[in-house]
Design a protein around this ligand. Sequence first.
Ligand code: ADP
Length: 352
Amino acid sequence: MEELWDQTKIFLVHFAHFQKRNRMKRYGLPILLIIIVAFTKHYFHSFLGDNSAFLLASFIVAMSSWYGGLGPGIFATILSVPTIYLLYLSKDTAYHPLLGDFFVLIIFAIEGVIISIVSEARYEMENQKDEFIGFISHELKNPLSSIKGFSGLIINNAKKKKDEKILSYGEQISIQSNIILELINDLLDLTRIEIGKFTYSNSFFNVEDITREIVAHQRIISKNRIIELHGRSKKLLYADKYRVGQVIINLLTNALKYSPENKKVLLRLKETKEKILFNIKDYGMGIPHNEQKMIFNRFYRTRNTERKRSEGLGLGLYIANQIIKHHKGELWVESKEGKGSTFSFYLPLKNN
Ligand code: ADP
């Protein structure tokens, strides 16, 4: 249910991004809707009753302003006033005297203007939020890159001079700046998903190859951890290699983050005729049954995680789920509290 609401919100926000639409489309929608309503009015009247004219006109104004902004909203209001009058009110003068009609139409016009203003304001707020996150992320990313660069220099220097203390300081700076960079990247991805600018670029690649690369890299970063890779996958997948890699990295770093240092993490690849299956198993804290669905929501972190104050924003799985869904696959979890978790996803091969 929450997911449906999330999808609806994303759709509405996407729908409200009228700046990239041309004037023809923005002003064309109210005209089109009014023509449709004019031709189908009897149908609506049968189940919406006497109020159908106002309900439909309000709907047209709301849609038009959400889709096109203030101008098209007001335009829809102006078009709706004579339409309501000609199609509904003037037909029944005994029931609706002229003065009464006039007041009703004035009230509708005020309502139309208010809806249009509120829609535009709502859009502006969303836009400002997106711009703010984008701006902050960019402003933070540049200085962070130079901090990372300098931490690399400190590490190299300390290694040459065999200065253990400075070496550990340099490593800490590098680790912490990587954590901040991951958080910023998650925030940027979320913003891109919400405004419909999360792009994909597909190519043919082998999932086993990128998994091996990711595991090799992770083994270097997490020196004390045992990461095992089982199974094979020889077929080529047609998908966004970078994004699929992003999913694997997220699941792997979570498995390491939410399980003790002395426990291993197992990755398994399997392929059938139609799909590639990927599992990742850890022997960590696990996820309570009632929270297993919620971890795929934006900003959701389990109560146990929050208590431990481990770093993270609760965005990785949401982004991973969006990526897998985009490729027509599925991502899910099986877990037992205190025993560990297995995250799995499959990706269909049928595009090949
Ligand atoms: P983050 O790890 O940044 O909090 P995610 O979206 O990747 O965000 O994960 C959401 C939440 O799901 C985590 O905060 C954690 O509570 C839970 N979680 C994810 N992976 C695991 C795992 N392997 N074991 C236990 N809990 C997990």
